[in-house]
Structures are given as C-alpha cells and as structure tokens.
Design a protein. Sequence first.
Length: 308
Amino acid sequence: MDGERLHTFLFADLAGFSALTEAHGDERAAELVGDFCAQARELLAEHRAEEVKAIGDALMLRADDAADAVRLARRLIDDVGGRHGFPGIRVGVHTGPAVERDRDWFGATVNVASRVADLAEADEVLLTRATLDAMEASPLDLPVTARGRRRLRNVREPVELFTAGSAAPTATERVIDPVCRMALDPEAAATQQEFAATTYWFCSLACADAFRSDPRVFVGGRSQAADLRVSDASRERAVEILARARTRGRLSDAEFDERSAHALAARTRSELAALLRDLPGYRRRRAAARWRRAARAIFPWFPRRRKP
C-alpha cells in the first residue's frame, strides 16, 4: 500500500514572487511561472520524478528515490533559476509515507515538505533528516550543511534541517534586483545605483526609478541585515538565550548542545535567527529592539540600550 512505502516530496517555488508581480505586472509574472514549470518538467524523467500538481507559482513533485529528489531540487535552482532575468528558486524536501487519492497525495509527509519549503531562502534546497537518512543507500554527490532543528507549524516535534549545496560554484556571480527580486548578471543589468555605500543592480529602468524614489522601502528592512556577519559577542548572546530556554524546559539537553554548536559556528544574522526564532526569549528581545528603534526615531535622546 502507498502508506507503507517511502516517498520524497519536493515543493519548489519562485522566491520573491509577490515583489516580482508588483514590479512587472500579472502578465509578466504568469509568463515566468509558465517558463519555470515547463523547464522543471523537462528534468523530471532524468531524475525519475513526477509532477503532482502546480499551485500558483509552486510545483509539488514526488520521487521514489530521495537522492534523485535532492539532485532534482539542486538542478531546479542551478539550471532553471540560475539565469539572468529570472527569480531565484527555493525548494523544500521531505521523505516519508503518504497516501495517493485521485492523482493527488496526502499525509503528514506532504505537509512537512510544504512547511520546509516555506523556510527555505532563495537558491536554497532545504531537506529534513528523514530525507538525508533515506539517501544512505545512494550517497549524495552534493555538499550537505546542517541548519539545526526548527519547529514547524502544526508539527509536534522539532524537525532537523540541512542545506544541499551546489556541486560546483556558478560561473557568473549573480546579484538581486532589490525591487523585483530578479537574479541578474551584473554585466547584463540595465543600470545600477549607489545607496548607503552599496551598489545595487536593476533589471530595468522602471525598477531603478522605483528604487530611486524611496530606497529604504526595498533595502531598509530585515533581509539586508540578515546577511551581515555576526561577532563573537552575538554568538555568545545566542548561547545564553539557548541556555535560558533549556533551564525553562523549552529545549532538551540534546537540543541545547546541537543548537549551541551551530550558534558558535554561525557566520550571519540569518543563521543565528534560524536557531533562535522559535524561542520566546528571542522574540521578546526582537520586540524590545524594534520598540527602542521606534523611540529613538521620535526622541533622539532616547538611550540606545536599556541600562542594567
């Protein structure tokens, strides 16, 4: 029966699709979705996978072999999404039992795969421990990096996640249009602008004009800060938050040890945030930081940090 077999499900979608639609309109967005789906379908047979269904800008795919599924996910990002003038692609992968009804698939495995895809960033293949374990009989020829445990909505236990990287670096360094989130070859970009000592490239003069009118709308938020390098002090503060969570029973000893190891090895704010964002202590710190920033905007004399 289907429920007794293991299946690997992939959810792949276009990163930044809402920004793309707002910048370029429904027709252009629909064309890109059609292009994405058509090129993805050409790769299915080679990786012994099948399309389950298309959902807006996303594809739900299934494969019998977990390694085939992860290789397919990487191809979608590197070959389909790795082009100039095309949005980045993100993929979530999970393996487990599922049930087929009327050419569709149902069950917890499908739900987890969808939740994992929601956590993936542009150009990232995010897979679960279940998928990694399922590949033991068929070693993966791609580098795999641990991303720690994450709690998923409506899933009781935290899920251990990993990133499957590309087998080789891309030949061209890509940049992202901050307005429509398109991936660009800098040499083929329509134009570029400087803002806050940083160069931004644009796919069109329309995107450049939108950026010029109010740059902070597009680069003043969390996404740009997430790529900033973290200091040793930030890593140590993260470990302190994890330690308090363990003391209060929100993390087991094993979870604390694993997350602490990843925190001490983290390089960017986004990596630290991924380890902490499900913890109440971290959420309170973020809320307090936002409140202090708002207060300083109104009252310049407001202290930058609370006094001990």
